[in-house]
Design a protein. Sequence first.
Length: 224
Amino acid sequence: MTEVPGDRPGIRSAGRVRVDCHLHTVASGDSVLTIEQLTDRAKCAGLDVVCITDHNVTAAAVDAAGRDLGVRVIVGEEVRTPYGDVIGLFLTERIPYVLPLEEVIAKIKAQGGLVYIPHPFDPVRSSLGRVLPALCAEGAVDIIEVFNAKISDPALNSRAVALARAFGLPGGAGSDAHDAPGVGAAYLDMPDFDGPASFLAALNHAQLSGEFRDHAPRYPRRSP
């Protein structure tokens, strides 16, 4: 993976798409983005694919994936576990957040999904850092988020890059956006894909673009 910080090329190569791997709608409870606001902003940012990864729910992502919104939607879920957050991508069923870490991973894989580890070393969020090397060694992890646009300390993203390389795992990139200005702050320019297996393979030929964009000071909790 090649990193191009802050790059926003106007024209992409044929057969490639831009993917933001980590986004939240109002269904998360701490985002102010409706589905329409998220996808409209994604189009303005030049994205082709968005992974909607709401906290512990999939209803909004499933809804968006079934509509013609001008961008493709991958159904995801950011699941809270006792050890930290785990994202499942390409999900067909919601995973309860009260389950043990190992069971969450098993349920992601059982439905053909991919295990994506967000913000693995961020000390101010629910991160899997201390148990992540063991999970990688066990083959439980498919993708490590090597750039999260809400992380202000570049060293934390660099640690994620080093871990992914140490275990030969592909890297993901996500804006972790909870408001419109954040959408597309980090994305991958990668070969097009048609499912989890080809998505995983395409990550080996991805170009990363990302820049830090802070959250609003505090989002009001709200329901969709």
